[in-house]
Design a protein. Structure first.
Length: 70
């Protein structure tokens, strides 16, 4: 499964990650940046290290799991 990870810095300069399942692909970097700007402007998330204060990065993460027959 793929996830879109939005990484922000909080007031304590710690990284906070918001993960979204099943991102629309191909990813539009401008739309992701605009969404992150909206999250910061609306100030809807609060962390133990304070409010989110800046964008750090964004990435697509894909995880593959292979079972081992025992």
């Amino acid at each position: 499964m793929k996830k879109l990870e939005l990484k922000f810095k909080n007031e304590e300069d710690k990284t906070v990650t918001i993960s979204l399942d099943y991102p629309v692909e191909p990813v539009d970097p401008a739309a992701v940046s605009a969404a992150m700007d909206t999250i910061l402007a609306e100030n809807v998330f609060f962390t133990s290290g304070g409010e989110l204060v800046e964008k750090a990065s964004a990435r697509i993460v894909e995880r593959h799991v292979s079972d081992i027959e025992l």
